[in-house]
Design a protein around this ligand. Structure first.
Ligand code: PPS
Length: 328
C-alpha cells in the first residue's frame, strides 16, 4: 500500500478482526499501511460471539455490555455514572484488572489489546445478568480511541446498530473541557518537588498544551480530509474506505498527542470522535447529553437517559429517594 513514512503500526495478520489492533503511541506525521493487508479482511468478519454466556462451573449467565457510555472525560461523566449507578436494574461491566463488580466504575475493557488474547479475563468482566438486562460499559476514554467503535461493530455485528446496543456521550463547552483536562493533569507538585517527569505527569503550561494540542489535532483533521480526497475513487466500499483511512492512514494514536492522556485539545474536538459512533451505529442509538444541561436539570437528564435505555423509573417512593440522592 501507499506509504507516508513514520510507520509505527504493528502488522495485523490474521482474519482482520479489530480485536487484534494494538494500542500504540506512535509518532506524528504519517502512518504507513500495514503491508499485505487487503480491505477484504475488514469486510469479511467472523460471526460475532454470543453476548450472554454461561461459564463453566457457574449457574447463571453473564452478559457483555449492551450500553456503551463512551465519553467524554471532564464533561461530567462521573456525576452521570454515579446517578445511574443508583438504579438497581443496571449492571456494570467490571474493569479487566480487578474483575470485581462495581456499580458505576470505569471498565476500560474494549481498549485492551488483550481482549482476544485473554478471553477468559474478558469473560469475567461481564456481570451476572440475563439477555434482557441493561449492562453498561462505562469508559469515558473510549471516545478518543478510534479503534473502539470499529471493534464493537466487529464483535457485535448487526446488533451493534439495530437498536440492541445503545450508546451515551456527555459533551461540554469545549474550551472549558480543555482547561478542566489540563488542570486535572497538570503536575504542579512534581515540578515544585523537582521530580522526574513520568507518563502521567503533564508538565506543559496551559499555553503550551493548547498550542501543541491544536497543532496535533489540526494535523489529524488535515490527514483525514487529504486521504479521503486521494482515495475516494480507488475503493468501492465507502464504509471500508473510512475505516481504512481512520485507522490505517490517519491513526489518531499517531496524530494526536503521543500520550493520549494529554490530548486536552484533541479530546475537545467532539465531531471527530462522535462521527465514528454515529456513522457506525446510527444517530437514533446514540444519546448525546450536555454538562450545561445536566448541571441545571439533573432530574430531567437522568429521566431522559433511563427513557432512552428503556429502563423504568423507580416507583413513587423509590423515586423520592432517587431525587434526594441526586441532590444530597
Ligand atoms: N452536576 C454538575 N454540574 C456542573 N459541573 C459538573 C457537575 N458534575 C461534574 N461537573 C464537572 O465536570 C467535570 C468532571 O467531569 P468528569 O467526571 O467527566 O471527569 S473525569 O474525566 O471523570 O475525570 C468537572 O469540571 P471542572 O470543575 O471544570 O474540572 C466537574 O466540576
Amino acid at each position: 500500500g501507499p506509504s507516508t513514512g513514520g510507520a509505527q503500526r504493528q502488522d495485523r495478520s490474521g482474519n482482520g478482526s479489530l480485536g487484534e489492533y494494538r494500542d500504540q503511541g506512535g509518532s506524528s506525521g504519517g502512518v504507513a499501511v500495514a503491508s499485505g493487508r487487503t480491505l477484504h479482511g475488514f469486510i469479511k468478519k467472523p460471526p460475532p460471539p454470543a453476548r450472554c454466556f454461561v461459564l463453566e462451573g457457574e449457574d447463571s449467565s453473564r452478559c457483555h455490555a449492551n450500553v456503551y457510555f463512551f465519553g467524554v472525560s471532564k464533561c461530567g461523566t462521573t456525576s452521570l455514572a454515579h446517578w445511574m449507578a443508583r438504579h438497581p436494574a443496571l449492571s456494570w461491566v467490571s474493569n479487566v484488572w480487578h474483575t470485581r463488580h462495581k456499580q458505576g466504575g470505569e471498565a476500560h475493557v474494549m481498549e485492551m489489546s488483550t481482549i482476544k488474547d485473554n478471553e477468559s479475563t474478558y469473560a469475567l468482566t461481564a456481570p451476572m445478568a440475563a439477555q434482557t438486562d441493561t449492562v453498561i460499559d462505562y469508559t469515558p476514554h473510549y471516545s478518543i480511541l478510534a479503534e473502539v467503535p470499529y471493534r464493537i461493530r466487529d464483535m457485535y455485528g448487526k446488533t451493534s446498530y439495530d437498536g440492541t446496543v445503545k450508546y451515551i456521550a456527555v459533551l461540554r463547552e469545549p474550551v472549558a473541557r480543555t482547561i478542566s483536562s489540563w488542570q486535572f493533569k497538570y503536575d504542579l507538585e512534581g515540578i515544585e518537588k523537582g521530580e522526574a517527569a513520568n507518563p502521567s505527569s503533564e508538565r506543559r503550561s496551559l499555553e503550551e498544551a493548547f498550542s501543541e494540542g491544536r497543532e496535533h489535532a489540526l494535523s489529524l483533521v488535515k490527514c483525514l480530509s487529504d486521504k479521503e480526497n486521494d482515495q475516494r475513487n480507488q475503493i468501492r466500499h465507502p464504509g471500508a474506505l473510512k475505516l481504512y483511512i481512520d485507522l490505517q492512514m490517519c491513526n489518531p494514536h499517531a496524530f494526536l498527542e503521543h500520550n493520549m492522556y494529554f490530548s486536552h485539545v484533541g479530546k475537545s474536538i467532539y465531531s471527530l470522535q462522535l462521527e465514528r459512533w454515529l456513522d457506525l451505529f446510527g444517530r437514533e442509538n446514540v444519546k448525546v447529553l450536555f454538562l450545561e444541561e445536566m448541571a441545571v436539570d439533573p432530574m430531567g437528564t437522568i429521566t431522559s437517559v433511563f427513557d432512552f435505555l428503556g429502563v423504568d423509573l423507580l416507583d413513587e417512593k423509590e423515586g423520592v429517594k432517587f431525587r434526594i440522592a441526586l441532590h444530597g
